[in-house]
Design a protein around this ligand. Structure first.
Ligand code: APR
Length: 234
């Protein structure tokens, strides 16, 4: 039985699909401040601004020009063809892994195409703008829907599952993430503790590059298909 593989992905894997990263020079956080749009207190202070920010991002994701790239496709191929389990732990709120065909996926920072009602907790698909006029389909309240994304100071989702998968894996690969945000950036330490092979694939060394035994630097659309072909031996 082949060992299991866990792949941590970040914004860099979706860059070649046309979605901006956060911390690159042209990234999202160069245009807006985290504390203005991505914290619970920002939402309390100015819900119109916060909803507007995510409404624009959601519309951007739904633009017909946005599609999975060769790196997403390669990871879906890996899951389909690797003889052992393959899990993706993604920090991305886009749905490009799903669109490429990945199934075993944990969205630890939530999903842009879902809403959550802060009155009743209902989570469901939302492909439209959210705002004060939005009505929760479950409890009927209005103005209680927020994007189902994890804001700064909030707890990420599925961390117990992610850590358990990493602690059991034989290969841990991190793709397209700056390693600036925890607890995701700390997953490599669990992989090291488990004795896994650790591989960083990114445009440039991440903030936690020194924790990885193998490092490959360049565009994910080129390096990830090559890495997957190598793993599969073809
Ligand atoms: N191929 C590979 N890597 C790339 C590419 C590319 N084509 N383009 C950019 N990168 C790399 C950058 O060099 C950078 O190190 O992707 C990384 C993206 O880093 P961030 O913008 O910090 O994105 P991420 O690590 O996913 O951010 C983590 O921060 O604000 C939050 O919640 C948000 O989930 C996000 C979290």
């Amino acid at each position: 039985m082949a060992g299991s593989i866990v792949v941590l992905t970040g914004a860099g894997i979706s860059k070649e699909s046309g979605i901006d990263t956060f911390r690159d020079a042209d990234g999202v956080w160069s245009r807006v401040r985290i504390e203005d749009v991505a914290t619970p207190s920002a939402f309390v202070r100015d819900p119109v601004k916060v909803q507007g920010f995510y409404n624009a991002r959601r519309r951007g994701l739904l633009d017909p020009k946005i599609a999975p790239n060769a790196a997403h496709a390669a990871l879906a191929r890996l899951e389909a063809e690797w003889p052992g389990p393959v899990a993706i732990v993604t920090q991305n709120v886009d749905d490009l892994h799903e669109r490429a065909g990945s199934k075993n996926l944990l969205h630890i920072h939530g999903e842009l195409l879902k809403s959550r009602c802060f009155a009743c907790g209902d989570v469901r698909e939302a492909r439209v703008d959210l705002g004060a006029e939005s009505v929760c389909a479950k409890c009927g309240n209005d103005g209680t829907l927020r994007p189902h994304v994890v804001w700064f100071t909030e707890m990420p989702f599925f961390m117990d599952e992610a850590i358990a998968a990493v602690r059991a894996c034989a290969i841990f690969a991190s793709i397209g993430t700056s390693g600036a945000v925890y607890p995701a950036a700390g997953l490599v330490e669990h992989a090291r503790a488990a004795g896994a092979r650790t591989v960083e694939i990114n445009l440039e060394p991440s903030e936690v590059a020194s924790a990885f035994a193998e490092k490959r630097y360049g565009p994910a659309g080129v390096l990830v298909p090559a890495f997957v072909a190598e793993l599969l031996g073809r």
